[in-house]
Design a protein around this ligand. Sequence first.
Ligand code: BT5
Length: 273
Amino acid sequence: MSQKKKETVCGESRTPSLNINLGEKYRDLPIFIYKTIDSTNLRAKLYAKEHPGERAVFIAEEQTMGRGRLGRSFDSKAGLGLYLSILLEGGTCASDAIGITTYMGTVAKDAIEEEAPLDVKIKWVNDLFVGGRKLGGILTEGGIDPETGKLLYSVTGIGINILDREFPEELRDIATSIEGECGKKVDTGAIASNIITKFLDSLHLVGTREIVDKYRRASFIIGKAVRVIKGTSTYPAYVDGIDDSCRLILTLDDGTREILSTGEVSIRPVNLN
Ligand code: BT5
C-alpha cells in the first residue's frame, strides 16, 4: 500500500464540527472531509483512478446524491448523519465484495454499540437495523481492470442516521436514527473515527469464520418468512440460514432450496408458511 502525507482537504467546505481522530497509526492516511458533496463513494472512485494503489477516507456532512444499491438513493441530510467511504487498494480482501460489505456491517455494529446503548441488527446483506427500522446501509463498489479483470480498488460506503429528525414521507415508517432510538446525541466524528479504525485494524478478518459467525449472530432474518426481490419479480421464501460465504440459504414454497449471493429480501409481515 502506498500512502501519502495526510491531506485533510476541506477547501471551501471546511467543516470543523467533524473531528476525526484515528491516532498515530493512521497519521498518514489521507482523509477528505466535505461539508457538501454529491457522494463520498463517487469521490472515492474518482480519487482511486488518479491515485492507484492508495487508501483514503471520504466523509461528508451532507450528500446531494447519496447512493444506495441498484440505483437507489440514500437520504443524506446535512449534519444529521454519517456519510463515509473507505477506499482500499485492489488485492485479496478488496476483491471479496460481499465479504467486505458483511465485514463493514459487523464493524459498524460494534462501533455504534460502543457509543450508544443499542442492539444493532443486520439485515442481509447490507442494512443496519434497530427496533425493526433501518438505521443505515452499506454500499461497496469496485473498479475492475478491463484487460485483466482484476479488481483495482474497492470503495465501501456507509451511511448512518445519527440525529433524530423528521424523515421524508417515504422513509417515515421504515427509517430510524441513533438519537431517535436511545435519546442520546452521539458524536458523528467519534462514530466515524471508531468505524475507520476498527475497519482498517482488522482487515485480515474479511471473509473469515469469526466475521461470518458474528454476522450470523447479528442477523435478524434467519428463520423468517421473506419475499425475495429479483429485478421486477418477487417470490416468497423462508430463510434457513447464512452460509460460510455469507450467502443466504432459502427454502422456496415448493420445497426447493436456493442460495442467494446477491439481491434483496424483504420481511413478510405475516408468516405465510
Ligand atoms: C443502502 O442502499 O442502504 C446503502 C447506503 C449507502 C450510503 C453510503 S453514504 C456514504 C456512501 N456514499 C454514497 O453515495 N453511498 C454510501 P440500499 O440497500 O439500496 O437502500 C436504499 C433504500 O434505503 C432506499 O430506497 C430507501 O428505501 C432507504 N433509505 C434511503 N435513505 C435512507 C436513510 N437515510 N435511512 C434509512 N433508510 C433509507
